[in-house]
Write a protein that binds this ligand. Structure first.
Ligand SMILES: Cc1cc2nc3c(=O)[nH]c(=O)nc-3n(C[C@H](O)[C@H](O)[C@H](O)COP(=O)(O)OP(=O)(O)OC[C@H]3O[C@@H](n4cnc5c(N)ncnc54)[C@H](O)[C@@H]3O)c2cc1C
Length: 406
């Protein structure tokens, strides 16, 4: 991958705006296609450390680990990925809750917990060998202009680039989405996601724990060296209170809420809080523009599926671009881009709908709901086939393997 700071003068077959995990995954999926790709990123990522680890982590489901392997990223990431071998879910009523074990679906892991900065670094390494991918950073776009067969991208330093396809991978508040005139549905959950690295007294044995509370879920996820990463979704006032606490007070609050599942949590690193806002773009495409990842859809992190959906966007879009090229089609044309959107919308809508149902189911406590929740958990827990189906769906193993890597 070439890092370009001066004049580029070269136009690109695809320009990707945003070098988050999804934009980089798309570049990785296209790196051997023979197409000239330019990635535009406005700033190098700033990592916020908590007990020496990136406080931003993602649970990458097993199906998507296979995607990362297929696009050449996994070999650089494997050493940083902690297998999630089991998952325990419970609420504030049901004593036992439900436990999912990867062995039940004959898999070594349900997914992997990885620090976001490690994933991005591994993707950069995978791109290094490619001369067809150019990385412009820091670079700010000042203007986008649409012409019949291209989009013209003007950078604030005077450089001008042309491309038949511009991809918005620039996150939830996507500038590309706005410039393309694509509206979005927005739902403010009125919550913040508090993240930190913590050290429990006992080993986690690769088990991810999620406790659902009326104010939002608290996830304690396994990391290497016996550490865990927490994602505590809390309503605004509660989140402010938790963020303002001193370390000891926060530890007590965490222990009181989580319970002695892994013994006591004995240390908590620096905390960071992120507003939780759901978004869905009205369209994922328009002439010569495609949106991927959070630019197209943001979901509540309760099931840790945001970047997982984004990785699948990247794979499908890469496949459509490669197929179009093979059949001499213009990959910025709406006919091609519509094929991308039609494949992705059903997956995104079904994940969003199930996340919304989970959110409603666990944040409301009107009469009867508590019992219904308990019954649901017992039914799923006791029914082998239903449980296996749920596990295969949630780990992405029931989805077709993207053609790109099959
Ligand atoms: C608390 C929390 C926990 C989460 N846990 C999980 C999890 O366990 N599993 C999971 O799958 N998902 C999880 N998610 C969701 C996941 O973090 C996001 O879905 C994912 O980071 C989105 O990646 P992205 O590449 O689409 O966007 P981003 O990560 O937002 O990257 C966008 C990039 O574009 C750049 N950019 C923005 N504007 C411009 C511009 N105008 N010009 C150039 N560059 C620009 C930014 O600098 C950035 O580098 C979680 C989210 C939160 C808040």
């Amino acid at each position: 991958m070439r890092k370009t700071h001066g004049q580029t003068g070269m136009d690109a077959d695809v320009i990707i705006v945003g070098a988050g995990m999804v934009g980089l995954a798309l570049a990785c999926a296209l790196k051997d296609s023979g197409l000239h790709i330019i990635i535009i990123e406005r700033a190098e990522a700033q990592v916020r450390f908590s007990l020496g680890r990136d406080c931003r982590v993602s649970a990458i489901v097993r199906g998507n680990q296979q995607i990362l392997a297929g696009i050449g990223v996994w070999p650089y990431l494997e050493g940083d990925a902690e297998p999630i071998r089991a998952m325990r879910v419970w609420d504030n009523q049901e004593a036992g809750g439900i436990r999912f074990d990867a062995a039940e679906i004959d898999q070594p892991a349900m997914g992997y917990l990885i620090e976001n900065s490690c994933t991005q670094a591994a993707m950069h390494r995978a791109l290094l060998a490619s001369d067809d991918v150019e990385y412009l950073c820091p670079a700010e776009i000042s203007l986008l202009e649409w012409f019949d067969e291209r989009v013209q991208v003007s950078l604030s330093d005077g450089r001008v680039l042309n491309t038949p396809l511009l991809v918005g991978a620039d996150g939830g508040r996507s500038w590309v989405r706005e410039q393309a005139g694509i509206g979005c549905y927005q739902r403010d959950y009125g919550q913040q996601g508090i993240v930190a690295t913590v050290r429990p007294e006992h080993g986690h044995r690769g088990t991810a724990c999620q406790r659902f509370l009326p104010t939002g879920p608290l996830a304690v996820l396994p990391m290497s060296d016996g550490l865990c990463s927490i994602v505590w979704s809390a309503e605004q006032d509660e989140a402010k209170r938790l963020m303002a606490m001193g370390d000891d007070e926060f530890l007590s609050a965490l222990n009181a809420t989580f319970g002695p599942v892994l013994g006591r949590v004995v240390e908590a690193g620096e905390r960071a809080a992120f507003p939780l806002i759901g978004r869905l773009a009205h369209h994922f495409v328009r002439e010569r523009v495609a949106l991927v990842g959070d630019a197209a859809h943001c979901i509540h992190p309760l099931a840790g599926l945001g970047v997982n959906l984004g990785l699948r966007d990247a794979m499908v879009l890469a496949q459509e671009i490669s197929d179009a090229r093979r059949f001499d089609e213009d990959w910025g044309d709406m006919a091609v881009l519509d094929r991308y959107m039609k494949q992705r919308m059903p997956d995104v809508l079904s994940v969003m709908a199930s996340m919304e149902s989970f959110h409603q189911l666990f944040t409301h406590d009107f009469p009867g709901l508590k019992e219904l929740r308990g019954l649901g958990m017992r039914l799923v827990g006791n029914s082998g086939p239903v449980k296996k189906l749920l596990m295969r769906n949630s780990t992405g193993l029931s989805l077709p393997v993207p053609k790109q890597i099959s």
